[in-house]
Design a protein around this ligand. Structure first.
Ligand SMILES: [Fe+2]
Ligand SMILES: [Fe+2]
Length: 407
């Protein structure tokens, strides 16, 4: 089936340029063009699209307004904004409703790459409902304690960059949100950044403040609404896995980039659980109860109930948000690393091992089936003899507590 793409731009010349530019894609793309937001929405109402690309600056309904409407009317679509970097306030308005931001004039290769990446992970989902929820999301819940500390830090006369970036780098939802911005050409940052702390430094405190206080980029987790879901526990496991994956990477002499990828992938590896538990609380309660009953691993139960596991859900969200490939891959395969055939060290290897060791070193539910280490995969990597050294380094990383320099 062809990929349905809607382009919305008030300038007919831009639309004809796009039409020409992507003429060679007509075998695989079904393209529609609208000269304003309302016309685009009318087309969506007729038949939803896979991808929606909008100009930011349009008279009447601007790109941000249009994308917010599209988010509701066509939740499953990948939403892309095309714009110059001139107007910071306007960019801020599109930060939540858009998955990706591309500079104008549009580079065909860049747009094709963003679309291909967004579509690539969609195929693994059987359930349309889950797919739509993931694509509709524009922010994630954050640990209330960290969120309150962040608000407090930002409210000071002279906020500390170190404190702010340290808090953001510890939280799953905040880190994912910040990485979405820096990896998506929002604000015109040219470098690809793996670390949330680095990202906060690049954005600067003023923008971070506007994002948190003005745009509402982070959502405070509502404990009352999700009584059975313990975000603190998931946070502890995620943060621990991140630090342990980084410790393993360090021990293997991995590059600074690979160490950061290990940390981020470890921190975000279970983000899919957060998405599922907060968007489908009833069904996720069923999953947890079945695991506690010993009916199977969390992965088995999620696939039974949702048709997809938290690994796929998390990877799809992070892929849409433009997080780097090694991180998305590690999240996607953290329970099934054997589907990756690369030998030697990789962030995936670090996360797979760290996830297991974190469960081993920090026991929360006895009798809960722990996901096993993939011995064949470890043997194929040629590094299985390193396990005792990794275990020791991971125990030390955990014992250190939330150390300075985290992020
Ligand atoms: Fe997991
Ligand atoms: Fe995990």
């Amino acid at each position: 089936m062809k990929t349905r793409i809607l382009f919305v731009d008030d300038d007919p010349n831009v639309l004809s340029a796009l039409r020409r530019m992507f003429h060679d894609m007509r075998e695989s793309w079904d393209m529609a063009f609208a000269t304003d937001g309302p016309a685009g929405l009318a087309m969506i109402a007729e038949q939803p699209f896979d991808v929606v690309v909008a100009d930011m600056r349009m008279p009447g309904m601007d790109g941000a307004m249009f994308l917010r409407e599209a988010q509701l009317a066509n939740p499953g679509a990948i939403r892309i904004v095309l714009s110059g970097h001139s107007d910071r306030d306007m960019i801020l308005q599109t930060v939540r409703p858009a998955h990706q931001f591309l500079p104008k004039p549009c580079q065909p290769a860049a747009l094709k790459a963003v679309i291909a990446r967004g579509l690539s992970l969609r195929e693994v989902f059987l359930d349309e409902r889950v797919k739509n929820v993931v694509a509709r999301l524009d922010r994630l819940p954050t640990v209330p304690r960290l969120y309150a500390a962040l608000l407090d830090a930002l409210s000071r006369d002279e906020p500390s960059m170190r404190e702010v970036s340290g808090l953001i780098a510890q939280d799953v939802g905040m880190s994912a949100g910040i990485l979405k911005l820096v990896n998506s050409a929002f604000f015109g940052l040219r470098t690809h950044v793996a670390s949330p702390a680095h990202a906060v430094n690049l954005l600067g405190l003023e923008i971070v403040k506007a994002l948190v206080l003005g745009v509402g980029l982070f959502d405070r987790f509502d404990k009352e609404a999700f009584r059975d879901f313990d975000l603190e526990k998931l946070w502890g496991h995620s943060f621990g896995t991140g630090r342990m994956a980084r410790a393993i990477a360090e021990l293997e002499g991995a590059s600074a980039e690979a160490r950061e990828h290990g940390y981020i992938a470890g921190l975000l590896h279970d983000v899919g659980k957060l998405v599922m538990a907060t968007n489908f609380p009833e069904a996720y309660r069923e999953v947890i109860a079945a695991c506690q009953d010993g009916q199977g691993t969390i992965l088995d139960m999620e696939r039974q109930v949702f048709g997809a596991s938290h690994a796929e859900v998390g990877a799809y969200l992070l892929g849409l948000w433009g997080v780097e490939d090694p991180v998305v891959r590690a999240v996607y395969l953290h329970h099934e690393p054997g589907r990756d055939r690369r030998a030697g060290f990789s962030p995936l290897l670090a996360v797979h091992v760290a996830n297991r060791l974190e469960h081993e070193l920090v026991v929360i539910h006895r009798g809960y089936a722990i996901n096993p280490l993939d011995e064949l995969y470890l043997a194929a990597s040629g590094l299985s003899g390193r396990l005792p050294a990794w275990r020791e380094a991971c125990a030390a990383a955990l014992a250190g507590g939330p150390a300075a320099g985290d992020g």
